[in-house]
Design a protein around this ligand. Sequence first.
Ligand code: NOJ
Ligand code: CA
Length: 559
Amino acid sequence: MVNTKWWKNEVVYQVYPRSFQDTNNDGIGDLNGITQHLDYLKQLGVTMLWISPVYRSPMVDMGYDIADYQAIDPQFGTMADFDHLLAEAKKRGLKIIMDLVVNHTSDQHMWFKQALADPQSKYRDYYIFKTPANGQVPNNWRSIFGGSTWTEVPGEPGTYYFHTFAPQQPDLNWENPQLRKAIYQMINWWLDKGISGFRVDAITHLKKDLDWASIEPDGKDGLAAVVKKGQNRPGLAKFLLELKAQTFDRYDALTVGEAYGVAAADLPKFIGPNGYFSMMFDFSYLNIEMKNVDEWYRGRSNWTVKELKTTIFNSQQATKAAGGWSANVLESHDQQRTLSKLVPNPKFQTPTAAKALATMYYFLPGVPFIYQGQELGMKNFRRQRIDQFKDISSLNNYQTGIKEGLSATEALAIVNFKSRDNARTPMQWTDATYGGFSTTTPWLEMGNDRAGINVAAEEQDPASVLNYYRQMVALRFQAPYQAVIVDGAFEQVTSPDNVIAYRRRQAEQELVIAVNLGETAATVTLPKDYQVVLSNVAVTVTNQQVELPPYAAVILTTK
Ligand code: NOJ
Ligand code: CA
C-alpha cells in the first residue's frame, strides 16, 4: 500500500491514563476519565491521542508489563469503556493510537506462566531460557532497570530467563516465527477495531546478539549495559520489515518508534520513504540532561543552550537527510517536567519560560507531541523520602546510586530531579486538594508546586500557558501558516549562543522562530523585516532586529 503520510498534519496529545482523570474515586485515572475530557482536548486543538498502556497488567512498570494484550485492566475500566472512548473520540474527529509493547510481556502473561509450568509447551520458546553447563548466570549483561538481565527460573536451579527491563518483564523470543505470528494477530485485532496506529515501545531491543557473550564490564557491578548486545543489533531489520508488512502497512497505520540507539546512517531504514515506521521520536534534546538515559545515578550533565541548539539542528539535519519525519517531544511519562529540567534557575521557571520551551520545539519540522500537563506548565515535585516514589526505575536508580557510593541525601536529590514520577503526578484540573483529578487520595502524590497551574485557572487567564498552547496549535491549522509549518524547509538562523532561532520556508511564506533560553536579554539579527505572529512577551522588530528579554519567544512572519 502506498504510504500516504496522512499523519503529517496531526498534533498528538499523550495521555497517561493512570494520572489523567479518576471517575470512580479509587484514586486511579481511568478510560472514562479520558472520555470525560475529550472536549477539553478538542478545544486544545490536538487531533490525535496516544494512550499509554491500559492493558491488563500487574503494574510493576505501570502497564509496560502486559499480562493480556487484548484485555483492559479493571483499574482502567472495561473493553466497553474503551470502545465508548474510541466512538466518542471519533465523533469529535479525534484519532487514537495505542502503545504497543512487544519486546516483552509481564511475567503474569499466560504465555510466560505456561512456559514455566510446562517446559515442553510451545510457549517455552516464546521466551528466552538458558541453562549454562556451569550453572552460572549466562552472561554479564546489565538490565535497563539495573541488575542482571537474567533471573533464575523458580524451581529450575541453573536455568535462567532473559529480561531487558525488570525481572517481571521477560523478553519475547522474536526468533520464533510462531510468536511473531501471534503478535501480528494481536496487532491487527486492535487495528480492526479502528485505532489509527501505535506508539511502538522499546522496538530496537527485539534482536539480541545470539552469541550471548559476556563483554567488558562498564560498572562497579562487573556488568555491561544490555544495549551493547541487545539494541539495534544486526538482524533487527528482518523483524521490523516483517512486522510492518504483516500489520501496519495493511491499514496505512501511523507508527511512532521508540527507537533508541539508531545511528544517523541508519535513519533512512527506520523513517525513510519505505522505513519501518512513519516516524521516530527525536529524543535528542529531551535527553540533553541525561548523561546516560537509563543511569541517572551517574548525576546531572552540564549542558549549555549552545549544545542544545546544536543538538536540535543536527538532529533535524539527519532526519531531513533520511527523507524522514520526526515525532517532536518535550515531555513524556519517562522524563521529568521540561520547565524543571531545561530552565536551571528556579527563578525563571515561570509560565513565560514554559511558553518559550513550547515555541522552541513546536515549530520544528515533524509532528508535535504534547504530554498531559505540559500544556499547563506543570513542574517537578520535591519528595522527602524514597518511599514516596512509585516508579520502578526511580527506586532502582536510588539503590544503584547508593551502591555506587552516593549518600542517601545525594541519591534522593538525583531521584527527585530525574524521576519519571515527576511527569506522572495527577493532572491538575483545578486547585482542589487532589487537583480535580479525584476526590480521594491519588495513587501517586500530587506535585508540590502547583499554585495557579491548573486548567480551571488557566482557562480564565488569556495569558496562561494553556491559552498559549491553544494559539500555537491553532496556527498549525490556519492559512497561510499551515503549509509552511507542515512542509516548509528548515534552516538555522545565526543567533547569540543562548538563542535558538530557525526559519521555515515554503514558496512565498516564511516563519522565523526565535527563543532566548538565557538569563540576560539578547538581540537577534533577522534575515529580513518581519512582523510578530505570536510571542510570549511584548517584543518589537526594528531594522531587522528583535530584542529578546530572558525566556522571550517569538514567531515572526514576512511583512
Ligand atoms: C519505554 C516506556 O516508555 C517506559 O515507560 C517503559 O518503562 C519501557 N519502555 C519498558 O517497556
Ligand atoms: Ca478510577
